[in-house]
Design a protein around this ligand. Structure first.
Ligand SMILES: [Zn+2]
Length: 580
């Protein structure tokens, strides 16, 4: 099925009318608004704007679908667009389907509360981590600052799921060592909606864990996370990898090698398998599915009301198949990182003289590999199939649903500095987005369904092939079906802004959460705004003081775009304008 998606993506003609697709650095100076007095004035206006806006009739969304490309920064999307022939070298713009004029487009900051791996019990924002364009784009120290101040997927997922900033490692857990409530799935469930999480990595991994409503102080407590996801009563669909009995190539493991932790332990797994063996058997109300055929069968016709799908593969659907030295990223105070540098000559202590690994200079078999060169695992569904099945289960609820879809292994490919797998995983992610866009057109509408596409952080600090010498050098397009020229400058996460696209009821609320203007990427929000926009779209109520970030407001280092002035010129301000 991926082949169909791939050829479809490759062959789709470029629309005549192109919109801004500025993924490149375009380092022309853009005025950054001042701080201090201006900030204070703007805050007053923002407050007035919030009060006025509060009187507006609110739009509600029946369905909300949140796409998270884990570790997918601007240049991950751009590299994939180039590979797919969806980049116009004449204009320097990309033509991905969600870049049309109907889509809201904004940049998004991803920083956490602190780099601590455990609660500090202060709740104080580390000011050094707050996104600062001057630090991010500094030609001498930018790479160093970006790689030393990054979030992990747990804190980033918590920001999206609860609107709260927290320490790296926290799964919906506060810096005061308390569970955070409400989460988006709790809000959706309370309103009678169905809920689901779908990922290309283990379904108890940080992103599906946070967006799935689990609450634990440490992200590596997979067993507890999995048990909570199954038993908390807030999730209706759980899908991903993490099967105890199969390896990364989809081959059976010997029983003494089974890994039960990602599914909640041996007892739960055996109960799930016992339920699956019975016709219409369930565990805690969930119908378990495992085989490719069982996943495919969910895509049409009547379905069970609740499904837990564990594809017959270990860590990832495809990204970790051989040849690979990809491992599950483990958390460090600097965010996830690969423990063993698979590939790269990149410099983890970024900021020193030499940076990165250009494609082609990387050692060994796998690093000169091209996307789709290695045989795929044939016994697992792809992400679009999982998403189609999840939609078919969730859309039976007349109250609608909330669904999170994660391209989880994009991050793993970028940690491993594997451009071939990064492109593959991003293509799978784009195909999953297409599946949803076609579903909206066919079974729903843009009047009732809100779709948000973003990333939880950037991984790999991807720039052009000589970016070790030329800071922030753009990627080099080599045309469709050919790897673009790029270089990984890190094996870790970075604090770079990520792209965010939104369409549907409530999408325009993002402009109320703009907290700064980046000279390259334009106006930016923070991941926490995703919680507020979705919660408002579900409930019709405001969730906080809009026009400011929860923690940034107290820092006094922020500038706020006055929300009232965003209104009339909104499309121009939020990235639909031409920028060079
Ligand atoms: Zn990561």
């Amino acid at each position: 099925m991926w082949k169909n998606h791939f050829s479809k993506l490759l062959s789709r003609s470029v629309p005549a009318e192109t919109t801004r697709g500025n993924w490149g650095p375009g380092l022309s100076c853009r005025r950054v608004l001042g701080i201090g007095l201006v900030g204070a004035m703007v805050s007053i206006f923002a407050l007035a704007g919030s009060i006025l806006l509060g009187a507006e009739p609110e739009t509600r969304a029946k369905n909300v679908i949140l796409f998270i490309g884990d570790g997918a920064g601007y240049n991950t999307f751009l590299a994939t667009a180039m590979y797919l022939g969806k980049f116009d070298p004449k204009t320097g713009k990309t033509q991905l389907e969600f870049e049309g004029p109907e889509w809201l487009r904004v940049a998004c900051a991803t920083y956490p509360l602190s780099l601590s791996s455990k609660p500090q019990k202060t709740g104080i924002q580390d000011p050094e981590l707050v996104y600062d364009p001057a630090k991010a784009w500094d030609k001498q120290t930018g790479y160093q600052w970006l790689t030393k101040t990054a979030t992990d997927s747990a804190a980033a997922g918590t920001a999206m799921a609860t609107g709260q900033l927290t320490y790296n490692n926290a799964i919906n857990w506060s810096d005061f060592d308390q569970p955070l409530s409400p989460t988006l799935v709790e809000i959706a469930k309370k309103r009678g909606k169905s809920t689901g999480v779908v990922t290309s990595v283990q379904w108890s991994h940080a992103t599906p864990a946070t967006l799935g409503g689990a609450k634990v102080p440490r992200r590596d407590d997979y067993e507890t996370i999995a048990r909570q996801m199954l038993s908390a009563g807030v999730l209706d669909v759980i899908m991903g990898a993490g099967h105890p009995a199969f390896d990364n190539n989809g081959q059976p493991r010997s029983p003494d090698q089974y890994q039960y932790k990602y599914v909640g332990g041996k007892e739960i797994w055996e109960a799930l398998e016992a339920a699956r063996a019975k016709p219409e058997g369930t565990y805690l109300g969930f119908r378990p599915v495992v085989t490719k055929e069982e996943f495919a069968a969910l895509c049409s016709g009547p379905t069970p009301t609740k499904v837990v799908g564990t594809a017959a593969v270990a860590d990832t659907l495809q990204a970790s198949r051989s040849p690979s030295r990809m491992e599950s990223p483990t958390v460090t105070p600097q965010g996830d990182k690969k423990e063993t540098g698979s590939s790269s000559q990149s410099n983890p202590a970024a900021g020193q003289q030499s940076y990165g690994s250009a494609v082609g200079t990387l050692p060994s078999d796998d690093l000169t590999a091209k996307p789709f060169q290695h045989p795929r695992v044939k016994t697992v569904p792809d992400l679009p199939t999982m998403v189609a099945g999840a939609l078919n289960v969730l859309d039976d609820n007349p109250q609608g649903f909330f669904l999170m879809v994660e391209g989880g292994a994009i991050d793993w490919a970028n940690h491993a500095n594997r451009p071939d797998r990064m492109i593959e995983e991003t293509i799978d992610f784009l195909a999953a987005i297409e599946t949803v866009l076609r579903w909206v057109e066919k079974h729903s509408s843009w009047e009732e369904t809100l779709v948000i596409i973003t990333a939880d952080h950037e991984t790999g600090l991807i720039w052009g092939p000589q970016a070790d010498k030329v800071p922030f050098q753009p990627l080099v397009d080599h045309g469709p079906g050919r790897m673009p020229g790029l270089r990984y400058l890190s094996t870790r996460h970075s604090n770079s802004l990520v792209p965010l696209f939104a369409r549907g009821p409530g999408a325009e609320r993002f402009h109320r959460w703009v907290q700064g203007e980046d000279p390259v990427r334009g106006p930016y929000v923070h991941l926490t705004s995703i919680f507020h926009v979705i919660a408002s779209a579900i409930t019709g109520e405001h969730t906080g003081k809009e026009g400011q970030s929860a923690t940034a407001f107290g820092l006094g280092t922020y500038l706020y775009l006055p929300v009232f002035s965003c209104e009339p010129s909104f499309p121009a301000l939020l990235g639909l304008r031409a920028r060079n």
